[in-house]
Ligand binder design. Structure first.
Ligand code: 6PG
Length: 502
C-alpha cells in the first residue's frame, strides 16, 4: 500500500467509522484499522455506498490489516486518530504503535471521552516517542459523520498540523446568524478550537457532558411536572416542548425530547415512553464532572444533582417497594389555570438552564486557574453552538456575554443580559419549584438551580452559624468580619474568652 495517505484512524466503531467517512467527504485519503476485521469490512461497504465514485475511483478510504501496514500507508509526518474506549485500551494502542515503528514527529490524536488527567499523563509518557494530542468529539454518531464540535488540547505545535483537519470536518455556524449551517461560505465558522495545553480539551468536554446531564435532567423534570403534576399526555407535552423551540429554549436536547415523546414502540404500537425502563445509564463523564467540582470546591450543584438523579433512577426495585409505603401529597389538583403554570415552567426551565451553564463555566474557570490553562470562554461557547449535544440558542447569548463585558468572566449570572433575564423571570422560577414540591414532583435540578442563584446573590449566608458550630464542637476556629485572624471561643468556660489562633 502506498505511503501517501493523509490520515489514519484506529477504532472503527460507530464514532470512528463516522469520522473516517467525514474526513473522506472533506477530501482526505484515509487509512483505517480495527482489530475486528468485520468492522473494516462494514466501513468499506459504507464508503462504497456513501462516497460512491470517489471511493470506487480514488479509494479514499482504505482498510489496513495491521498497525505496521497502517503506518506504512501514511505519509510522514503522520497524523493518526484514535477512536477507542477511554481507559487502558488507549495505552494498549499506543504501545502497539510504538512497536510498529511510529516516529517522534508523528501525532496521535485521542478522540475518545478520556479522563483529562489521563491525557496529561499520556502526553508526558509518550513524549519523544510520538506527540500525544487530544480532540474531544461531541455530537454522537451523526455529529462525527456530518460535523461534530471538536475541543482540542495538548501541544500547540500539534494543533498547527491537526487544526486544519479538525476545522474542515467540524460542524459550521453562520457567523451572521449564529445558527448552524451546512453551506460552506466566507461566513462559516468551524466548531473546532484549540482549548489549551495538557488535558484542557478533554476537560472542557467532560464539563460539556456535565452540562448535558443537567440539561437532560431539567427537561425530564419539566416533563414529569407536566405529565404527573398537570396531567398532560405525551402528545400535549411534545406540542408544548415543540412550541418552545421557537424561542430562547431552542436546543438539540429539547428537539430530541419531542421526538422521544412522539415515538411509538414498533413492537406494541404503544407510546415508546410507556415501554422504556425508567433507569438512567451513565458512562461516567457526568460523574467525573461532579467529582472534580467537589475537588475544586466549585458549587456545580445542579450538575451534581443530575448525576444523583440518575443514581436514584437506577434504584428501581427500591423505589417500587417504597412507592407502596411512602405517601405523597394529597392530590388536590393544580389549583389554578394550567396555561399560566405552563408559561411559568417555560421561564423556570430557561432560568435553570442559565444557572446550570453558569455553574459549568464557573467550574471551567476554577479548573483553568488550578491547572494553569488559558481558556477563551467566548470561543468555547461559540464552538458549542453547533455539532455538540448541548448545542442551543443560549450558547450564542453566552458567547456574546463574554464578548461584551468582563462580568461574564467572573460568572455568567452577573453578566447584564442574564442578570436581567433572571431578575425578570425569577417569580415564575420560584412559583414552578414551589408548585412542583407541593405536587410531590421530584425536581432536584430545578430546585438546586435556584438554590445556586439565591446562594450566589446572597451577601450574607448562614455560614457564620456554621463556623460557630464547628468552633463549638471542634475548636476549628473562625474569622471575624471586623479584623483579620483566626479565632476560637472557649465555649466551655463560664466566661468564654476569645483566643486568637493566628
Ligand atoms: C457527546 C455525548 C457523548 C456521551 C454519550 C454517553 O458529546 O457526543 O456527550 O460523548 O458520552 O452520549 O453519555 P452518558 O452515558 O454519560 O449519558
Amino acid at each position: 500500500m502506498s505511503d501517501s495517505r493523509d490520515l489514519g484512524v484506529i477504532g472503527l466503531g460507530v464514532m470512528g467509522s463516522s469520522l473516517v467517512l467525514n474526513m473522506a467527504d472533506n477530501g482526505y485519503s484515509v487509512a483505517a484499522f480495527d482489530l475486528d476485521h468485520e468492522k473494516g469490512e462494514s466501513l468499506l461497504n459504507r464508503a462504497a455506498e456513501e462516497l460512491q465514485e470517489r471511493q470506487t475511483q480514488q479509494q479514499c478510504v482504505q482498510v489496513t490489516t495491521s498497525y505496521t501496514e497502517l503506518l506504512q500507508s501514511l505519509r510522514s509526518p503522520r497524523i493518526l486518530f484514535l477512536s477507542v474506549p477511554a481507559g487502558p485500551v488507549v495505552d494498549d494502542v499506543c504501545e502497539k504503535l510504538i512497536d510498529a515503528g511510529i516516529q517522534a514527529d508523528d501525532i496521535v490524536v485521542d478522540t475518545g471521552n478520556s479522563l483529562w488527567s489521563d491525557t496529561e499523563v499520556r502526553q508526558a509518557k509518550y513524549k519523544g516517542k510520538f506527540i500525544f494530542f487530544s480532540t474531544a468529539v461531541s455530537g454522537g454518531e451523526l455529529g462525527a459523520r456530518h460535523g461534530p464540535a471538536l475541543m482540542a488540547g495538548g501541544d500547540k505545535y500539534a494543533w498547527t498540523r491537526v487544526g486544519p483537519v479538525l476545522e474542515k470536518i467540524a460542524a459550521k455556524v453562520d457567523s451572521r446568524t449564529g445558527k448552524p449551517t451546512e453551506e460552506p461560505s466566507e461566513f462559516s465558522e468551524a466548531c473546532a478550537a484549540y482549548i489549551g495545553s495538557g488535558g484542557a480539551g478533554h476537560y472542557v468536554k467532560m464539563v460539556h457532558n456535565g452540562i448535558e446531564y443537567a440539561d437532560m435532567q431539567l427537561i425530564c423534570e419539566a416533563f414529569q411536572y407536566l405529565n404527573e403534576g398537570l396531567e398532560l399526555n405525551y402528545a400535549e407535552i411534545a406540542d408544548i416542548f415543540e412550541s418552545w423551540l421557537a424561542g430562547p429554549l431552542d436546543s438539540y436536547l429539547l428537539e430530541v425530547s419531542v421526538a422521544v415523546l412522539r415515538q411509538t414502540d414498533p413492537e406494541t404500537q404503544a407510546p415508546l415512553m410507556d415501554v422504556i425502563l425508567d433507569m438512567a445509564g451513565q458512562k461516567g463523564t457526568g460523574r467525573w464532572t461532579a467529582i472534580n467540582s467537589l475537588e475544586l470546591g466549585a458549587p456545580a450543584m445542579t450538575i451534581a444533582q443530575s448525576v444523583y438523579a440518575r443514581a436514584l433512577s437506577a434504584r428501581k426495585d427500591a423505589r417500587v417497594r417504597a412507592s407502596k409505603i411512602l405517601d405523597g401529597p394529597l392530590s388536590e389538583g393544580v389549583g389554578e389555570e394550567k396555561q399560566s403554570l405552563i408559561e411559568a415552567l417555560h421561564d423556570a426551565l430557561l432560568c435553570a438552564k442559565v444557572s446550570a451553564y453558569a455553574q459549568g463555566f464557573e467550574l471551567i474557570a476554577l479548573a483553568a486557574e488550578d491547572y494553569e490553562w488559558k481558556i477563551d470562554y467566548g470561543k468555547l461557547a461559540k464552538i458549542w453552538r453547533a455539532g455538540c449535544i448541548i448545542r442551543a440558542k443560549i450558547l450564542g447569548d453566552i458567547a456574546q456575554s463574554y464578548a461584551d463585558e468582563s462580568h461574564a468572566q467572573e460568572n455568567l449570572l452577573i453578566s447584564p443580559v442574564f442578570a436581567k433575564l433572571l431578575s425578570d423571570k425569577q417569580s415564575h422560577w420560584r412559583k414552578t419549584v414551589a408548585k412542583a414540591v407541593e405536587l410531590g414532583i421530584p425536581v432536584p435540578c430545578l430546585s438546586s438551580s435556584i438554590a445556586y442563584y439565591d446562594g450566589y446573590r446572597c451577601e450574607r449566608l448562614p455560614a457564620n452559624l456554621l463556623q460557630g458550630q464547628r468552633d463549638f464542637f471542634g475548636a476549628h476556629g473562625f474569622q471575624r468580619l471586623d479584623r483579620p485572624g483566626t479565632f476560637h471561643l472557649t465555649w466551655e468556660e463560664q466566661q468564654p474568652q476569645l483566643v486568637q489562633f493566628k
